[in-house]
Each structure stands twice: as structure tokens, then as C-alpha cells.
Design a protein around this ligand. Structure first.
Ligand code: NAI
Length: 342
């Protein structure tokens, strides 16, 4: 087992939020793979969302917030949020509370996964703290409600800076800002203005802009023409699920929420209520989110090893979950990935 890469010795403490629905199953698989890769982590297990309401009567208990303040890093399963009623999304709450302003979702084709496209390799960079997710909603009069979209220059500049820095560090060729500034001239207009200003600092990275509806069409006809996508919160949420569809579905795409002083790693998908508790969910998105966490902790070669094992398992094709056309369970898929690590 590796000690902490900062040389201070002892395992790193990481908050573990198994989540709701299929969360405990896929997160369990993620932990098995991380441990099999030889990383020693002291997991501080916490509950949130529906699981926390059932146990403590609140979706975000104090113990969870204290743990995150202490560790500043978490591996998280999906959390259930009721539609049209109930408490506010705990995902949104955690991202805002810890100012995890950048949501990164690398979307990659894998050999062996049947999809209409090969060689998709794009990265969604989503602003994570404002837009229509500001939670400012009210009823003006019965039958008329208002939901406020908040866009600030500060948040727009820092997410654009994040996207270009990521592009530069990872030798990406272009950043495309996706918007609807033809209609939302002020809010999306400000987002674009900030992106353009930041783009000037990165002359070697091509900067492009595309209106969100046309971008969706082009994503499903020519996904290879995109590289890094820069989006506000709502467009980023929707477009990243569309991108997941290009590479085999929601079970395939990992994610991370980064701030200046911490990060939460989680798959793009939700609780998958239709298959939860049946050992059927595809654990790859959670395993790859775990690989992002491992890299963030400083163990890049181990992260590469995990990703290579996922690639090998999929290429081999013998152990595939149902969403990928196979019959394997979540646990069997995790075991196959561990075996592929050798
Ligand atoms: P969902 O992502 O849970 O499911 C959509 C479809 O994808 C379902 O058919 C499901 O079976 C499938 N799917 C999702 N993950 C899969 C996996 N790992 N393997 C195989 N198939 C998979 O989205 P839905 O149904 O819209 O939302 C369910 C709940 O999850 C809601 O309460 C929602 O608020 C929450 N949610 C939470 C997220 C988070 O905590 N980050 C993100 C998205 C949704």
C-alpha cells in the first residue's frame, strides 16, 4: 500500500458518501477497485440525501458537513432529489457550500462498447454554483411563478479560466463556449464576454462559440468536432447527459466537482431507481470517478492503471453489465476490472 504522497505518512482521509438508490452498489465497486490498486485511504463514511432523512431527519446532517470541512475531499454516490417538491438538492447545496465551482466530466469512447460513434473524446466543463440553480424561485400570484437566472462576471471568468487551464495542461486544442446569448442577451452575453476575455490569455488554444441548440445537433452528428465544452450550469447539466449517450450511457461517465480547496468526485448519473438494489448498475462511472480522486490525491500512475483496467475489461467484452448488452452484475464487473489490473 502507498502512504500519502505528500510524505506525511498515514492514509489520506476521504469522506465517503455512498448515496441513495444504486449509489452504495457502484460506490462499493469503486472502493474495491481503489483498494485493489494499492491506495490506502481512511474512509469517513457519512450519509446524505434520502438515506440521511431516513436516519437523522435531515438530508445534510452536521456530521457530513463537519467531515467535508475536515477532509475537503469526497467520493460520493448519487443523491435522490424529489421532483417538484421536497428539500432542495443536496448536490447543489454541497457544491455551493464548499464553492466547488467547476464540474468536470470527461467523456470518452471505449473500444468494445457498442455506440454509433467511435473516438469521442470530449470534456464538459460546467459552471457549478449559479445560473437557474441559484434556487431563487417564487410565486408571484397563483398560476405565475418566477425562477431567477443569476450569472456573474466573477463565476463566469473563473470557470472560463478553469476550462482554458485544463485545456492547456491536457494538450487540448479547442474550447467551445456553449450559450443562448441570442435570446438571453444580458446573462449569456456576460458569460460569453468573460469567456472571450479569458480566451485572449490562451492564444494557442482555439476558442469557439456555439448556440446550445445547434451544439446539441452537432454533438449527435459530429461529436469528434468538439474538444473542451464550456457551459453554464443548466446547459452543462443537460449537455453532459447527452454526451454520456454518445459513449454508451450514464453508466460510463465520471465526474468531479473542483473548488480552490477541495473536491467531490461522483458519477454523472443519478440513483437509477429502476435498477437500484438489484446489483445491476454499471459501476464504470463510479470506478472512473474513483480514478479521478486517486489522481487528485497525487497517485497519477495508479489512476492510469485503473483506467487501463477498465479499457481492457471493455475491450475483452466477456463481463459486461446489462446496459452494455451483457449479463454481468455490478460486483462481477468490479471483479473483472480488478482482475484486469493484474
Ligand atoms: P438516473 O441517472 O438515475 O437514471 C436515468 C436512466 O439511466 C435510468 O434508466 C437508469 O437505470 C440509467 N442508469 C443510471 N445510472 C446507471 C448505471 N450506473 N448503470 C446502468 N444504468 C444506469 O436519472 P433519473 O432517473 O433522472 O434520476 C433519479 C434520481 O437521481 C433523481 O432523484 C435525481 O434527482 C437523482 N440524480 C442525482 C444526481 C447526483 O446525485 N449527482 C445526478 C442525477 C440525478
Amino acid at each position: 500500500m502507498d502512504a500519502a504522497p505528500d510524505g506525511k505518512g498515514g492514509p489520506r482521509k476521504v469522506t465517503l458518501i455512498p448515496g441513495d438508490g444504486c449509489g452504495p452498489e457502484v460506490i462499493g465497486a469503486g472502493i474495491r477497485v481503489i483498494e485493489a490498486a494499492g491506495i490506502e485511504i481512511e474512509w469517513d463514511r457519512q450519509v446524505a440525501g434520502a438515506a440521511a432523512v431516513n436516519r437523522y431527519g435531515t438530508p445534510a446532517p452536521d456530521a457530513l458537513i463537519k467531515s467535508l470541512k475536515r477532509t475537503r475531499i469526497a467520493l460520493k454516490g448519487p443523491l435522490e432529489t424529489q421532483v417538484g417538491a421536497g428539500y432542495r438538492s443536496i448536490n447543489v447545496y454541497l457544491r455551493k457550500t464548499f464553492d466547488l465551482y467547476a464540474n468536470l466530466r470527461p467523456t470518452l469512447s471505449f473500444e468494445g462498447v457498442p455506440t454509433p460513434f467511435r473516438d469521442v473524446d470530449l470534456v464538459v466543463v460546467r459552471e457549478n454554483t449559479e445560473d437557474l440553480y441559484s434556487g431563487i424561485e417564487h410565486q408571484i400570484t397563483p398560476g405565475v411563478v418566477e425562477s431567477i437566472k443569476v450569472i456573474t462576471a466573477h463565476a463566469s471568468r473563473r470557470i472560463a479560466r478553469f476550462a482554458f487551464e485544463y485545456a492547456q495542461r491536457n494538450r487540448r486544442k479547442s474550447v467551445t463556449a456553449i450559450h443562448k446569448a441570442n435570446i438571453m442577451k444580458l446573462s449569456d452575453g456576460l458569460f460569453l464576454k468573460c469567456a472571450r476575455a479569458i480566451a485572449r490569455d490562451y492564444p494557442r488554444i482555439e476558442y469557439r462559440e456555439q448556440i446550445v441548440d445547434a451544439a446539441c445537433m452537432r454533438l449527435v452528428t459530429q461529436p469528434g468536432s468538439f474538444d473542451v465544452l464550456l457551459l453554464e450550469n443548466l446547459y452543462g447539466d443537460i449537455v453532459s447527459d447527452l454526451c454520456a449517450g454518445l459513449v454508451g450511457g450514464l453508466g460510463m461517465v465520471p465526474g468531479a466537482n473542483y473548488g480552490e480547496r477541495g473536491a467531490i468526485f461522483e458519477a454523472v448519473h443519478g440513483t437509477a431507481p429502476d435498477i437500484a438494489g438489484k446489483n445491476l448498475a454499471n459501476p464504470i462511472a463510479a470506478v472512473l470517478s474513483g480514478a479521478m480522486l486517486v489522481e487528485y490525491l497525487g497517485y497519477k500512475p495508479r489512476a492510469i492503471r485503473i483506467r487501463a483496467a477498465v479499457q481492457k475489461t471493455l475491450r475483452d467484452g466477456r463481463v459486461m453489465t446489462r446496459d452494455l448488452g451483457g449479463k454481468a452484475t455490478t460486483d462481477e464487473m468490479a471483479s473483472a476490472i480488478i482482475d484486469a489490473m493484474g
